[in-house]
Design a protein. Structure first.
Length: 433
């Protein structure tokens, strides 16, 4: 249920139309007249709503930081069609909020540039780059524990865990802001994206593929439903002209809500790191967003210790960014707290504009992992020799890999399609220091 006031949309959901209308009205009153409401309200869909004032603060912090960082760039590189950022807080205190990563972008690498040494970034959509930038930040926080100085350990967001390895300090929370609804099912089926003149022709298609896993279009925009039972692309097929397939941002965020944001390598050292909230700037519908991010994997079953089926708080913003028509830039910008420079990646090649590899590529992360391995306490029992290849290090995180397969089976069991993976050759490179 939604109410429109002066061109702005406020949403509500509940067990009945009356409750949904009341929630929408409360959202409008809070945004327009600063009437305070409880932090979150449970809804029929299982979504939890974030306090609007807090969501707006996160949105403003991200957009202001992006303007500040890109002020010295050319007008071309200061543009964006999709912006994302992750804000870190202690509890839900916006006064101590800190932007830790920023990114922009809407493109993926062209198949001809796929790399078997981990030197490219395959997916330059803003949300995905933001997650990779957060991984960069998490490595830096772990590296503080290599120091012999106590004050360095105390600056880290991680503390030693009793069971081995590290965990986030109490009350450290991460909030993802994206300027527009993530590509894939979250955007395709958003009620606000279907205009009246398109409604009749699109209704059947929308219903048919509701909730379905979707893939991005190489060198283009938009997504298509996954097709066929094959889950692995082939290296020679891509080089011969087959499209390089990349899963949609909607599906990747759903994956992060089970596996965490940190990826397989960092699972050797840290417990899974989850989003506390997801804030969407435009084309946002709370009930639908909850369904595609969490409810599709409700039947995943019991998960191992430290893993969970995460349900982040959800919110739109009071003053959404205006739609940005026109072609998307063929580059992606990223910034990480602790790094003064903004990095620009050519989204077509997956490398920096100068031709060098990005600080967010697999090879860079593998090098940082190798420098930590054997020096920091780990959560993963050793099963023999130290991994010599990137793929071996990932597979050695056995619990993570088991949960990943559990997630993929849950999607298939729900009839939502098969998760498509990149050619395995791209992970078969040697670890180097």
């Amino acid at each position: 249920m939604a109410v429109r006031v002066d061109g702005r949309t406020f949403e509500g959901s509940g067990r009945s139309k009356k409750l949904a209308k009341g929630q929408a009205a409360q959202a409008a009153l809070q945004a327009l007249f600063d009437i305070r409401l409880p932090g979150h309200v449970p809804s029929r869909s299982g979504s939890r709503l974030l306090l609007q004032e807090f969501a707006d603060s996160v949105s403003q912090l991200v957009t202001q930081k992006f303007r500040e960082l890109t002020a010295g760039l050319t007008s071309v590189h200061a543009r964006h069609k999709a912006l994302a950022g992750i804000v870190m807080t202690k509890g839900l205190d916006a006064r101590q909020a800190q932007v830790v990563v920023l990114s922009s972008g809407t493109k993926c690498i062209s198949g001809e540039y796929i790399n078997d040494q981990g030197l490219v970034v395959n997916d330059c959509h803003a949300e995905v780059v933001a997650r990779r930038a957060l991984v960069h930040f998490l490595y830096a926080q772990l590296e503080l524990h290599l120091s012999k100085r106590r004050e360095d350990w105390e600056r880290s967001v991680f503390v030693r865990a009793k069971e081995g390895g590290y965990r986030l300090r109490e009350n450290v929370l991460f909030h993802l802001y994206v300027s527009t609804s993530p590509c894939g099912d979250a955007r395709l089926n958003s009620p606000y994206e279907i205009t009246t003149d398109k409604l009749s022709s699109s209704k059947h298609i929308v219903r048919k593929f509701r909730g379905h896993l979707r893939t991005k279009i190489e060198s283009g925009e938009g997504t298509v439903p996954v097709r066929g039972p094959s889950s692995v692309q082939t290296w020679d097929g891509v080089l011969l002209g087959e499209q390089l397939v990349t899963m949609s941002c909607t599906d990747k965020i759903a994956r992060w809500n089970v596996l965490g944001l940190q990826g397989a390598l960092l699972c050797h050292f840290i417990e899974p790191v989850y989003l506390h909230s997801l804030i969407v700037g435009s084309l946002h519908h709370t009930g639908h967003l909850s369904r595609v991010m969490s409810l599709r994997t409700e039947d995943i079953g019991q998960l191992p210790a430290s893993y969970r089926h995460n349900r982040p708080l959800l919110s739109g913003v009071s003053d959404a960014e205006a739609r940005r028509p026109g072609k998307s830039p063929h580059f992606s910008v990223n910034w990480v707290l602790g790094n003064s420079d903004v990095e620009i990646i050519d989204a077509t090649t997956g490398k920096r504009s100068c031709g060098g590899s990005s600080r967010l590529c697999k090879h860079t992360f593998s090098t940082r992992w190798a420098r930590l391995y054997g020096k920091l306490s780990t959560r993963v029992p050793s099963h023999g020799d130290t991994p010599s290849m990137y793929c071996e290090a990932k597979l050695a995180a056995r619990t993570y890999q088991s949960v990943k397969q559990q997630l993929f089976r849950a999607f298939q069991k729900a009839g939502l399609g098969t998760w498509v993976r990149k050619p395995p050759e791209q992970d078969q490179f040697l670890l180097t220091l």
